[in-house]
Design a protein around this ligand. Structure first.
Ligand code: PFF
Length: 451
């Protein structure tokens, strides 16, 4: 265990973990999920999910990862020698593969938009045309597949550099800029004429809008956005130092991730309303709305380029963390080199990512349960597999692990005082699993509502 790599610095560990959490989930998915599910009502449930289920489950994953300093499969085997938990590791690996496959397609869209921005095509089009630009692009199988594959190759180049020179360095360089730029965009958006309507949509909850679909969507979004329930945070925590405070790191991740999601909403909805666009537009929302901002901004060209560069970086710090689950697993369980493990996980992602990219064009008629492959991978992973992972991780740490071991881990063997430790264990035993199960069954029992 001594020779296992760790993050070089505490800041680096936090930057990488926040980098995993902050990604397309915040800037691309959160606004359109909120838009489709009633705005503020969705956000209210979302915040509740982050506090009640999110933070405890982050801590649970951190405890397992840091205690064992192993990949998900090795960690569960070490901490639970009697009960075979391989199925949970398999569930996590499956989720990681599904998510990286559809996620890298959207990353490919970002690369396309970055290239268009560089060529000056984004700041010159008319606001009404952005819909056509987007639809024409995603209907093109060659371009969408090409960018998905190139993105995954870029991801591979970072992964093979290793934890410190790849994963940690990328996060340290990128995360501060991301925050700064988001704030600039928010200020601009708030200065738009119709801004107050957007803010109302975002912050005035209409609780009658809450349906099973909204609740399940908000929970799925919380898990997805926090990178929870698929052992991503477990894997990163396995590289934490024994002196890091798990509860503090967990709270930081939850707070910063939520902040970015809300800022993304503030950046997008005022513009949506002032341009008479549809808040419920769906996955294409930011690809249509943001170009409209750039056109209006002084220096729009530079901002368009910067925005997509930064979105790219936010995305890649997230795909890096998904890949790390697979790489840690392949290299430790099958004794592969880091390079070999990176190649294998990239290969899998390229095959499935290509199918997801094609589900917007060539195979758009191929549907399972009424969903294209892209939608299916997204729905199954976020709304089913991640919450299941969350239930099992909370039960594992709350009930199966020795309580003293958990308390030791939270307090770094008594070296730091964590006032919330007992509250977190209580939540892991009772509150988090019950809450997840309730929302889950609420959704499943009323499948008709969910389309
Ligand atoms: N949390 C990321 C986002 O919000 O974009 C997505 C994600 C990253 C999900 C890593 C899962 C994961 F393991």
């Amino acid at each position: 265990m001594k020779d296992r790599v760790q993050f070089a610095t505490r800041i680096g560990a936090i930057a990488a973990t926040v980098g995993s959490a902050v990604g397309l989930g915040n800037i691309w998915r959160f606004p359109y999920e909120a838009g489709q599910n009633g705005g503020a009502a969705f956000i209210a449930i979302y915040l509740l999910c982050v506090v009640v289920m999110g933070v405890p489950v982050i801590v649970a994953e951190f405890v397992i990862g840091r205690r064992s300093h192993k990949n998900v499969c090795g960690a569960l085997r070490d901490l639970s020698p009697k009960v075979n938990m391989k199925w949970l590791a398999a569930l996590c690996i499956t989720s990681a593969i599904l998510i990286i496959s559809f996620y890298s397609v959207v990353c490919g869209w970002i690369v396309e938009y970055l290239v268009q921005a560089l060529m000056g095509n984004l700041s010159s089009a008319h606001a009404q045309d952005y819909n056509t630009v987007f639809v024409t692009f995603i209907s093109n199988p060659y371009r969408t597949v090409m960018w998905t594959v190139l993105f995954l190759v870029a991801n591979f180049m970072v992964m093979r550099r290793g934890l410190k020179r790849g994963v940690e360095l990328a996060a340290n360089l990128m995360m501060p800029f991301l925050f700064l730029l988001l704030i600039v965009f928010c200020v601009f958006s708030l200065l738009q004429p119709g801004a107050s309507k957007g803010l109302e949509f975002l912050f005035q909850p209409d609780f009658s809008a809450i349906t099973p679909r909204v609740a399940v969507g908000a929970m799925g979004q919380a898990f997805f956005s926090l990178s929870l329930g698929l052992s991503c945070l477990l894997t990163y925590a396995s590289y934490f130092k024994d002196t890091d405070s798990l509860v503090r790191n967990a709270s930081l991740v939850a707070i910063l991730d939520t902040l970015v999601a809300v800022l993304a909403g503030i950046m997008i909805f005022p513009i949506v309303f002032s341009y008479d666009m549809q808040p419920a537009a769906g996955p294409e929302l930011i690809f249509q709305v943001l170009p409209a901002i750039f056109q209006q901004m002084p220096g729009g060209y530079i901002f368009a380029v910067l925005f997509f560069v930064l979105l790219f970086m936010a995305a890649i710090t997230s795909t890096i963390s998904m890949s790390e689950i697979l790489i840690a697993y392949f290299s430790e369980e099958f004794k592969m080199t880091r390079n070999g493990a990176s190649m294998l996980s990239t290969g899998i992602a390229i095959v499935l990512g290509t199918l997801c990219a094609l589900s917007f064009n060539v195979i758009s008629d191929f549907k399972i349960f009424g969903k294209t492959l892209f939608d299916l991978f997204d729905y199954v992973s976020s709304n089913i597999l991640l919450p299941l992972g969350g239930i099992f991780f909370s039960i594992f740490v709350g009930w199966m692990l020795d309580r003293k071991l958990v308390l030791d881990e939270l307090s770094n063997n008594g070296k730091i005082r964590v006032r919330t430790a007992r509250l977190i264990i209580f939540s892991l035993r009772y509150v988090a699993p019950t809450a997840i199960i309730v929302v889950f069954l609420y959704g499943l029992g009323l499948f008709g509502w969910l389309n």
